[in-house]
Design a protein around this ligand. Sequence first.
Ligand code: ADP
Ligand code: ZN
Length: 732
Amino acid sequence: MLPLEALKHYFGYEAFRPGQAEIINASLNQQDVLAILPTGGGKSICFQLPALLKPGVTLVVSPLIALMLDQVLALQKNGIPATFLNSTLAAAEARARIHSILNGEVKLLYVAPERLVSDSFTALLANIHQTVGIASFVVDEAHCVSEWGHDFRPDYRQLSRLRELFPSIPMMALTATATHCVRADITEQLSLKQPFIHVASFNRPNLYYEVIEKSRGKVSLSELTRYIKKTEGSGIIYCMSRKNVEKLASELNENGISALPYHAGLNNDTRTDHQTRFIRDDVQIMVATVAFGMGINKPDVRFVIHYDLPQTIEGYYQESGRGGRDGEPARCTLFFSPGDIKQADWFIQNKVHPETNEPLEDEQRIARQQLRQIAAYADSTLCRRTTLLGYFGEAFPGNCGQCDNCRFPKPKQDWTIEAQKFLSCVARTGERFGSRYIIDVLRGSTRDKVTKNGHETLSTFGIGLDKSIKEWQHLARSLVQQNLVNESDDGHGILTLNTLSWAVLRGQHQVWVALPNQLSKEKVTIEKEPDLGPIHTGLFQSLRTLRKELADDQGLAPYMIFTDSSLKEMARYRPCSLPSFSKITGVGDKKLEVYGSIFVKHIFTYCQQHRLHEAMPRFIPSETPTEKKPTARERTLNVCKLFQRGLYPQDIAKSLEMKVQRVYEHLADGIEAGQIPSIERLVSPERQTMMLKAFDKHGADRLKPIYEELNEQFSYEELRVMRALWKVTNRN
Ligand code: ADP
Ligand code: ZN
């Protein structure tokens, strides 16, 4: 079986996510692999698929027992022979499992790292190696091997023994941690041999990022309740303190929203129980401290709220990243008030040595730098993705259309004069200070430090009283973000002038500052999430209920039966026969067999009651599914599905292994066939209007006259897509 066929057969997916195909190929070629993919990037399939295609057993090392159980259950639901061995099993059960492994009945064997060190286990491995063969070693959550990582586990260090004992067996390491130190450490600690390295983009196109200003420094319960009622599905709310977690959870329950608390102060059993109830959709919301989330595998979290300012951007990225692992839209909301910075700063000031009470200066310095970065994110008027990805060293051009700043750009004001005052103060104080000090001088503070330096005699002393400290801070952050001044990243935040700063000072460069909501005194409202095209919500809800009933019957988490994305597709296309149903993403052969008729019957009955029909896209051919190469129509359908799921043409091109131009051609076909309701993400409304006018004038037979009419300002790809849209509009 080819990898792509196996993907549909076992998992019911049409196309690989970016990187998966390359990683799988390397593994099939017996190469070592280091794969770095963001949460939700689809790491599991990278090792599960090769395991199914190679002879022998694949050994998977995974740090958390609960996670292991979930993964194995989910695999078994897809008809994949997987099992695990760990300390929770009774001796007889363990023996039975070992027996079936040695009989060649198991393809994936999950173990916890502490097992590996025991002599009896290495003896078992040798036995497996000789009888059925070991296909490869997989180290999941491989950052645990590194002391630089946030989750170091000494047991992981023992994994290098596997290499010594079985040098010829290839190894694959996977993690979602992005830093260079950790990456290098993994390669070294596991002695990976010239590994194939894949570092995926950390962009998560299906996540919508936003920052909402807390009114009067607080999130009102009614505002929060409204938000939750509007955003359907499971959610996580992160709070800083245990006390707030408890309080908020009970307030939500009082307001008719089911929520459970989770923090390190609860005992183990309670925590596991709350987690299970969340994963099984018995309760909608988990209110938690950051203790929650590592190693929970719930792909259908629809929103992640941060009630308090996170401590670092990395932390924020990982925590918010727990939303939308299934690739469906999810909303990441940070509630923020400038007062949060002050409070965090106060905490940092109180970081002292527990015995000597001396301030821990290094820690304080690092924490301050991290605070400045996360505050800049919260306060930024730039595309949120640009800021987040920039933190991981990834350039993102902005204009993502999927963050508050891109969708609702804030009004801008000309602050050139203020910027000149500020920068000249930086120059006159000798480029030796951070923004706080500069603002003190501008506002004429007679703080000791200012007078000691004699800065009360400068011409810029006290010329900034017309603006508040807050406004000056906002300007300072904006100047740094726009690269109009440099800020050192050693934790001191020293400002120095660059070429652009001098251009501003000489009056050659205007400075526009976007006003954050609080300064422009605009009321912030929570916006509806982007439209996803026609889904029959009644049917979707009833499918969710059906899924929950089946899951409860079998003691499973609902997502193990079908994910939200599959249910949404069912609600959109309403497949009323088994062949149609088999085309739904996530329906592999095993699930078709087990659940196909139950779901088809349900959908059929629903359609009859509501006078609806099957609405499978007309691209789906009715011929036999054994056909190897997808037809052009199927390709168009796949491209459109991925686009609707939030991927950009470049990503689609990569995952379907086709040229970007071809992707645009398929998108154009899809638009003509009514598969794509909105193309704002591809072409801005202004550009659309300009092109539509040109088509009105010249018709749509040839693109060249249009290209020339528009002064060659538009690419042929854009024109093709717009031609399709123009045709559709003119048809009706
Ligand atoms: P990670 O471990 O990287 O966070 P998972 O392996 O749990 O990600 O995958 C996240 C979700 O994406 C799962 O629900 C998985 O089934 C789904 N997924 C993985 N690969 C694909 C694919 N090629 N097409 C569609 N869905 C996929
Ligand atoms: Zn954006």
